[in-house]
Write a protein of this length. Structure first.
Length: 104
């Protein structure tokens, strides 16, 4: 009976460790919590850009990875580009902004 209990405890501990490590992040992959945080940041940045009447929000793409926001797509002027970057930087949780937007 002792052996069965010990095996169960070992198995349970191994499964618990595996599930915790499965949610952990690595340099190339986000953990579950980071993914949720990035999704929230992306939504807030998109909302800020959408709410700005001087920007054509349908032409600006927003992606977030570990708090770094990447803006891509097309803008009509350098002023619009600067405004989009400024709005992205103003969102709580944004660590930095990569500007890959192009003038059309």
């Amino acid at each position: 009976m002792k052996i069965t209990t010990k095996r169960f405890a070992t198995f349970f501990s191994a499964m618990a460790l595996a599930s915790v490590l499965g949610c952990a992040s690595s340099p190339t992959q986000e953990g579950t919590g980071e993914y949720v945080d990035d999704t929230v940041i992306t939504t807030k940045v998109k909302s800020a850009i959408f709410g700005e009447p001087t920007l054509k929000s349908a032409e600006i793409n927003v992606e977030t990875y570990k708090g770094v926001v990447q803006l891509s797509g097309f803008v009509s002027s350098t002023a619009a580009e600067s405004k989009a970057v400024e709005l992205a930087r103003s969102v709580k949780g944004v660590k930095s902004v990569k500007d890959d937007m192009r003038l059309k």
